[in-house]
Design a protein around this ligand. Structure first.
Ligand code: ZN
Ligand code: FE
Ligand code: FE
Ligand code: ZN
Length: 259
């Protein structure tokens, strides 16, 4: 069973290809369960997100595709929601979807994974930045708003890492993820970024396994060519940490399937 729950559409203004092309690519690559999780609208950042008007259009087009491809591939509807206290919108948090991915892309108002703002790392205390990042992930888990943790260690994206063992920095966040009964995605996008590693690292994935946190898979495709990107390698990483099942969601209910 191959599951890929985190894929974008051009509505977010930084992805390419039609939703049909994503589905056709998923069918061609043998994906059984394919989910769209486009960037949910956010007043604060319309440049890299869909608009509130586009929300309905997005939801309807994914539902229509799910109908049309019934019997060929299972299609799921989700959002990738920015966790930003005070800036999240009820229309998104209450949307009728299969799942919500919670992602931390901002520390305060700094879009730390955006190459435009990479200058902020220079001369900064990396331990402090990493701590702030994982504090936000922990708060996100405590919020209880989301089903899946997006790219758990995204803060490594440009390879700015504190010295030494980073596991202690992620411990409380992972405890909170376990307590909230959230699912962790294995996300291949890191292999396309300067860090050249999946999210999360094997070390953090082992910590998740120790805490019995379920996983799912994500190519985080921003083009049809990226659908199913390095799925075999993601499966191998999961197996190395001891996993043999992955999560699927329907109407925010989780079920675990062998992969
Ligand atoms: Zn994106
Ligand atoms: Fe993201
Ligand atoms: Fe994404
Ligand atoms: Zn993403």
């Amino acid at each position: 069973m191959t599951i890929d729950l985190h894929n974008h559409t051009p509505l977010c203004n930084h992805a390419e290809g039609s939703p049909e092309e994503y589905i056709e690519a998923a069918v061609a690559r043998g994906i059984d369960i394919f989910g769209f999780a486009d960037h949910a609208p956010m007043e604060f950042d319309p440049k890299y997100r869909m608009s509130f008007d586009e929300m309905k259009q997005y939801e309807e087009s994914v539902r229509e595709l799910a109908e049309r491809y019934r019997g060929t591939i299972e299609i799921r509807l989700g959002y990738e929601v920015d966790y930003l206290p005070g800036r999240m919108d009820e229309r998104v948090l209450r949307a009728e979807v299969d799942y919500l991915i919670g992602s931390v892309h901002f520390i305060d108002d700094w879009g730390f994974d955006n190459p435009e703002f990479i200058g902020r790392y220079d001369g900064a205390d990396l331990t402090t930045i990493w701590r702030e990042y994982f504090d936000a992930v922990e708060a996100m888990a405590h919020s209880g708003l989301f089903d899946i943790v997006g790219h758990l260690d995204l803060i490594k994206v440009f390879n700015y890492r504190p010295e030494g063992d980073i596991r202690p920095l992620a411990e409380s966040a992972l405890d909170a993820v376990a307590a909230a009964e959230m699912t962790l995605e294995l996300n291949a996008a890191g292999w396309r970024k300067p860090v050249e590693e999946a999210y999360p690292s094997l070390d953090l994935l082992r910590m998740a396994h120790d805490r019995r946190i379920p996983i799912t898979f994500a190519s985080d495709a921003h083009s049809p060519a990226q659908v199913g990107y390095r799925m075999e390698a993601l499966h191998a990483l999961a197996r190395e940490a001891g996993y043999d099942k992955a999560a699927d969601f329907r109407n925010r209910e989780r079920r675990l399937l062998k992969f």
